[in-house]
Design a protein around this ligand. Sequence first.
Ligand SMILES: [Zn+2]
Length: 276
Amino acid sequence: MEIRDKDSYGIARVLIEQSDSNYNYILWCTDTRECAVIDPCDARTILEIVQRLGLRVKYIINTHTHPDHIEGNDAILKVSLQSFDSSSAAKILVHPSRKQHVAPRNEPIDEGDVVEVGALNIRVIHTPGHCPEHISLILDDCIFVGDTIFSAGCGNVRFRGDVDALYDTFANRLTPLPDNLIIHYGHEYTEKNLRFALDIEPLNEAAASKLVVVRAALSKGEYVPLPTLGEEKTYNPFLRVEVPEVIETVKQKVPEAGHGPRNVFKALRGLRDEWV
Ligand SMILES: [Zn+2]
């Protein structure tokens, strides 16, 4: 676990063992000790940490409803309902289109909503593409993106996904956000993503030096440092669809891809799907 300690809030990043390198996040108000759990896949691990830190779960927030992002919902709800009356026990927050796919104890959240956890105000933005209901959350200089963007990569579109919607999210929702936002992503795929990025841009020095940092962290069993959006723009091919070297590689590898950033993005997603 890695903890970010600020005056008014804390964030725990938890890499879940025996998962698809899932990160679960716990976000709390230091004043009230209320917390939100984001995308719990291992309830037991999360509940242990919640107890150890003296927190009370107000919300379970699902960025989307793929099984590994909601798996821990019910057990966390159950424990909360054993400890608190129904009005103050935890609730699930999820996009309205997927209300039926989580426990009935849920409330809808969508673009423009603000989630209150103690004194914290967490902003919700809709970031579809990996799947239609996908939302991301912004608090201070942190964004929680689920499976929309990964370090040096992006979410796949295999399970209810839409690559055009994902491109629109990258171009119109993520790219304009402040470069200092720290990206809290949902899976640790960075090493493989960077090898793919270097396959697309062999001379990209930012990708090469990030790979050194990532491998060093992994070899010591440490957490890979989270990137800012500005850093991602220097090596993440999905944020570099207008860079000449990326366009050139796509042209060579996918001659039929067509012109323009959308087509480059779609071709990159296809190449990444095949890439081992
Ligand atoms: Zn997913």
